[in-house]
Ligand binder design. Structure first.
Ligand SMILES: Cc1ncc(COP(=O)(O)O)c(C=O)c1O
Length: 434
């Protein structure tokens, strides 16, 4: 079967996510036959560097031998068993290790990122209800924040394109000023601007804490709206404010967890521990859908009772899937044995050097980096900038998808010098030609 055959069949049978299907007539998807490290390979044998880690999920490359081996071993034992009424070694071991790494003692599992958001929102409300405060049912999130596409997650998301159509179905929530440093005044440092944004949160909490269950935030990088980055002091202040006003802090590290921002969890850079930590994407190294909400023993204890209704009765059929948990354990093993976070620092420093010519390009603004995420904005971009950039990059062997006029890189951690060169060179060439 050729690329063209698969394209015809996908158009006829598959409804692709986040896509106006008619646009596929002009911009067909890439038919992928296999993957090898950071490379995606199509049915003609053409190779594309996966510069965005297959929607930010892949950490250690495609067809990683160590993750493959863990999964093959697990397949010989048990592929799936329900987690209500059963338990198994992979889920126990993973929960223990995540508790150790995060300082949050209990792990509740879902499948995708959005299901983790739903779980955290529901758990927070239910906690306050169990404590006799059912009026604490409101949520605060950041302007331009993104937490997923299910109705609860969309209620705290602030991306008009995804949200507006469904507005009649959604619960109102409050969006507070984003600490994105690009919004700072001239002569205002990112830190000062983050402090100013935190005062907006304070203002709202002072008035509405009694009816607020939780604040949900993407720590350090607001991904989906274009890799907006901000100073960690914002999270430190948020933690102080949440403590003072008896409101939960939900850290949505679905995109930024597992080393993306330079530390295993982004919250570490602010010296804080959230009440709920939502994880997904990189948790299985991009192998299988798994999400997890970690929470404190104190919150867990508020559900522990004789009454069934006080318990958290949420569930998904694939909760704690053993294969997904084995992949996640293999990912944690790689972090430990390969000193990944330290090696990423050296890679990031090298890539920053390679990006210097791009930073100097007259159409480039706000070149920014946080850990293994890079982004810049292109001024005077045409409305079809993203699609054209994507198509041109494909012709040069680079798989990259700008968000609006923001070009970003979020490569797997196994990229090496040659691949970094390719990302930087191809990007500069396209910038010159667009
Ligand atoms: C910060 C954040 N939260 C939640 C989600 C939703 O995750 P999923 O697409 O797995 O439902 C995403 C996805 O990009 C995300 O970036």
């Amino acid at each position: 079967m050729s690329n063209e055959d698969w394209l015809a069949r996908t158009r006829a049978a598959v409804w692709h996510p986040c896509t106006q299907m008619k646009h596929l007539e002009q911009a067909p998807p890439l038919p992928i036959e296999r993957g090898e490290g950071p490379w995606l390979i199509d049915y003609q044998g053409c190779r594309y560097l996966d510069a965005i880690s297959s929607w930010w999920v892949n950490l250690f490359g495609h067809a990683n031998p160590r993750i493959n081996a863990a999964l093959i071993d697990q397949l010989g034992r048990i592929e799936h068993t329900m987690l209500a009424g059963c338990t198994h070694a992979p889920v126990v071991k993973l929960s223990e290790r995540l508790a150790h790494l995060s300082g949050l003692g209990h792990a509740f599992y879902g499948s995708d990122g959005a299901s983790a958001t739903e779980i955290a929102l529901k758990m927070s409300f239910h906690y306050w209800r169990n404590l006799g405060h059912p009026g604490k049912s409101g949520y605060i999130s950041l302007q331009n924040g993104y937490h997923g596409e299910t109705l609860g997650a969309l209620s705290v998301t602030d991306v008009a394109l995804f949200k507006d159509v469904y507005a009649p179905l959604l619960r109102l929530s409050h969006q507070t000023v984003s600490p994105d440093w690009r919004l700072s005044e001239a002569n205002e440092s990112p830190r000062d601007y983050a402090e100013r944004a935190a005062r907006h949160l304070e203002h709202h909490l002072t008035r509405h804490a009694e009816t607020t269950a939780a604040v949900i935030v993407e720590p350090l990088v607001q991904g989906a709206t274009g890799m907006a980055m901000y100073h960690p002091i914002y999270l430190t202040r948020m933690r102080e404010l949440c403590d003072r006003h008896h409101v939960h802090l939900i850290a949505d590290e679905i995109a930024v967890g597992f080393g993306r921002t330079g530390t295993l969890f982004a919250c570490e850079q602010a010296g804080i521990r959230p009440d709920f930590l939502c994880l997904s994407k990189g948790i299985t190294g991009g192998y299988l859908p798994l999400s997890c909400v970690l929470t404190s023993d104190e919150i867990y204890a508020a559900f522990y009772a004789d009454s069934t209704a006080r318990g958290f009765l949420h569930s998904h059929s694939y909760t704690g899937n053993p294969l997904a948990c084995r992949a996640a354990l293999a990912v944690l093993d790689i972090f430990e044995s390969d000193d990944v976070l330290r090696r990423n620092q050296a890679k990031a420093a090298r890539f920053n050097e390679l990006l210097a010519p791009i930073a100097r390009h007259p159409r480039v603004r706000h070149l920014r980096n946080c850990g293994m995420i890079w982004a810049f904005d292109v001024i005077d971009a045409e409305p079809d900038f993203s699609a054209r950039f994507h198509q041109q990059a494909l012709l040069k062997g680079l798989y990259i998808r700008p968000i609006g006029n923001t070009v970003y890189f979020m490569p797997p951690y196994i990229i090496e010098q040659a691949e970094m060169n390719l990302m930087a060179e191809v990007t500069l060439e396209i910038l010159q030609s667009l």
